[in-house]
Design a binder for this molecule. Structure first.
Ligand code: ZN
Length: 150
């Protein structure tokens, strides 16, 4: 298990150092801002929609390794997914990082995103991990006011 844990940390480190999808999206249909005042994490999520499907998802921002890695992996995970699929993914992710379900229950549904399971042991970090998903939700809902985790 400790080998696995190291691997997970590597995935998070890799995404935080080299975030994927890290750019503004010029032809975005929607965008939303999110802020985690507790840690200082700030994100803007950009989406291009086609009907009920997200064609492209990108983000920009700054923050801790967990928040950047989470946004990077979120953006990769939701590209090409339907809104219904994204909602299911988002709910499973939130359940995992808040400890409502464990890694084994989440892994088959979340794939790589399950690396964030360890966050559930660090309540302060939960908001870092979920900021990208709350901001994504706000973009899908076309909310005008920025999301705050507080
Ligand atoms: Zn953070």
């Amino acid at each position: 298990m400790s080998d696995l844990r190291d691997l997970y940390q590597e995935v998070i480190l890799d995404h935080s150092k080299q975030p994927r999808q890290f750019r503004a999206l010029d032809d975005a249909d929607v965008s939303a801002d999110g802020f985690n005042p507790l840690c200082g994490d700030k994100l803007t999520v950009f989406l291009r929609n086609a009907g009920d499907r997200v064609d492209e998802a990108t983000f920009q921002g700054s923050g801790c390794a967990i928040s950047m890695a989470s946004a990077s992996m979120m953006a990769e995970a939701v590209r090409g997914a339907t809104v219904a699929e994204i909602e299911a993914l988002s709910q499973t992710f939130l359940d995992l990082v808040t400890g409502k379900i464990d890694f084994d229950a989440a892994a088959p549904r979340l794939g790589k995103l399950a690396v964030f399971g360890g966050v559930s042991k660090f309540p302060v970090r939960v908001k870092c991990a979920t900021l990208a998903w709350h901001t994504l939700r706000a973009a899908l809902d076309r909310r005008d006011t920025p999301v705050s985790t507080e």
